[in-house]
Design a protein. Structure first.
Length: 556
């Protein structure tokens, strides 16, 4: 890969005195995962008291989850304090029908698909997910629009229940966490707004998660999307223990929807729990179900994928659906699987007597959208970044499974595209496994390593140098050639790369370190110097927090 001469004009990538990328340190990034409870955004002035209150509570997203926290053991989270907190609030979780979602990946997307389906039918829906991208209000959506709860509504409700929250915090002697309190606030809002359904995403695992306080009588269905290795230490150290933890959301006699596909012995663990709980199982991956990705449409700025979703749950009871040429905004075969899982759940609810037409299911699937999941910036947005004509893809992938899903989507939608990656990650992720997957794609020209705050703190941030070391190790193991430029002065990079090609006679992946914005600029400069129409894609990935930093800059 020859670094174009015009790249020489770029200045050195800059960090501020604290080592934080200047771009990511912008004051436009307030009230995001980088600064989750900041009070500086104009829309958040009404939430000052609420956010200051939350900031005083334990935040495991900032510090990392303790070992064994999600297991049924002495180390596990204590659901007793969550039940006592909800009791102080009048047990709001018993005042709506809930769909509870657990799984390693795909929970948020499945929740988005299902919530959109229910809203398309006209139901009032409360949806609770995590984490957020730009504002904590994203975690709670209400009503028939799917918009984040308004600052006014959240502030007003907090004022109503603050006394009960204070009592609970005092009773639990400071052990209540931000996630527990926010979960309780969401449930209380859903009850006050009298939603028809609450679609609830588990935060960690299932059995000991703060959301796992829904009784069988109030549960419409449980969903387990898939099982992977993320949060191994917190969930017992093995895939089997993770499966046990996530199957903890299964309730007596209530249907379980499986996404999948699962390893046979992992699915056996989940089905055994369902059998013990006398819960009927519906699987989106059963042989009778078929979901087909037919192609991608790039006729407008928002790409869509064309799919067929054909599901047969109960032939005799006519619980089936055939949807052809569904246009999904959420891209990739993994999102098609999430759409099928949500559709299975909709059929399950229809079987329970809830009205859900095929048209509403189609409309809901096609309208569902999430920030930071295979999100291409619009031409207006890239111009706001000062990079007109660039193709920039944001994706919060941070595991080897999600990295593979990201690469699969790009290969199908843009088979000829070259990539420059801009990567930042938390320190509790599998950096080496993530690197191996992305290097195996074979279409990388450069990888730029940067740093971002994780949940408003540096304690979980991986330094760009350590992140680069993991990629160098992956290159060595895989026999890949790379050029570690060590500096972002591109005349030096070009000289070094020319010498490298002269000795080795081969192509290599460029590694660089620097601020977030300059890393994105580097990718754009590499592609913009070329002739022809295929300029390549700059992919910003490794964490939802780096996605937040880019989107937060656009708010300015």
């Amino acid at each position: 890969m020859k670094i174009p001469s015009m790249v020489r004009s770029l200045t050195a990538l800059q960090l501020n005195r604290r080592g934080i990328p200047l771009f990511a340190n912008s004051t436009t990034l307030l009230d995001s995962p980088s600064r989750p409870f900041s009070t500086a955004l104009p829309e958040s002035q009404e939430l000052i008291e609420f956010m200051e209150y939350m900031e005083k509570l334990k935040n495991y997203e900032k510090t990392g989850v303790p070992k064994g926290a999600g297991t049924d053991s002495g180390e596990g989270f204590d659901l007793g304090r969550m039940r006592r907190l909800l009791h102080n609030l009048g047990n709001p979780q018993s005042k709506f029908k809930a769909v509870h979602i657990a799984g390693t990946k795909g929970k948020g997307s499945t929740a988005a698909f299902l919530s959109s389906i229910l809203r398309a039918e006209g139901y009032s829906v409360g949806c609770y997910t995590s984490p957020h991208i730009q504002t904590i209000r994203e975690r709670i959506t209400l009503g028939t629009t799917g918009a984040p709860v308004s600052a006014k509504t959240l502030s007003s409700h907090f004022d109503k229940i603050k006394e009960a929250l204070d009592m609970a915090v005092k009773l639990e002697k400071g052990h209540l966490s931000q996630f527990e309190v926010l979960t309780a606030v969401a449930f209380s809002l859903f009850a006050e707004e009298r939603v028809h359904f609450a679609v609830i995403e588990a935060g960690l695992g299932g059995s000991r998660d703060a959301t796992n306080v829904i009784s069988s009588s109030d549960l419409a269905a449980s969903i387990i999307t898939n099982i992977g290795e993320e949060h191994l230490a917190a969930l017992g150290g093995s895939l089997e223990s993770i499966a046990v933890a996530k199957s903890g959301i299964i309730k007596e006699g209530r249907p379980l929807v499986l996404g999948g596909p699962f390893l046979p012995h992992i699915e056996h663990i989940i089905r055994d729990k369902a059998l013990f709980m006398r819960s009927p199982v519906i699987s989106a991956s059963d042989p009778g179900n078929r979901s087909v990705l037919k192609g991608f449409s790039r006729s407008c700025e928002t790409p869509r994928q064309l799919c067929d979703i054909l599901l047969l749950i109960e032939k005799d009871l006519e619980v089936f659906i055939e949807l052809f040429d569904v246009q999904l905004r959420l891209l990739g075969s993994h999102q098609l699987q999430n759409a099928a899982t949500a559709t299975c759940t909709a059929l399950c609810l229809r079987d329970q007597g809830w009205k859900l037409s095929d048209a509403s299911i189609r409309n809901g699937l096609e309208c569902a959208y999430l920030l930071g999941r295979s999100q291409f910036l619009t031409s207006k947005e890239v111009e706001m970044l000062g990079l007109p004509g660039a193709t920039i893809l944001l994706d919060g992938a941070h595991t080897k499974e999600s990295a593979q899903a990201l690469m699969n989507m790009i290969k199908v939608a843009f088979p000829e595209a070259s990539l420059v990656l801009v990567v930042a990650m938390a320190n509790d992720k599998d950096h080496l496994g993530f690197a191996r997957v992305l290097l195996s794609a074979g279409c990388l020209e450069a990888v730029c390593f940067t740093e971002i705050d994780i949940a408003g703190d540096r304690s979980r941030t991986t330094s760009s140098s350590l992140l680069k070391d993991s990629w160098i190790q992956a290159c060595t193991e895989m026999g890949c050639d790379f050029l570690d430029c060590k500096t972002a002065k591109y005349e030096f990079v070009e000289d070094q790369h020319s010498q490298f090609e002269g000795k080795m006679g081969c192509q290599s992946v460029l590694f660089a370190e620097g601020s977030l914005m300059d890393s994105i600029r580097l990718g754009n400069e590499i592609f913009s110097a070329r002739s022809g129409t295929q300029r390549g894609i700059v992919v910003v990935t490794g964490s939802l927090h780096i996605v937040s930093a880019v989107l937060g800059s656009l708010e300015g």
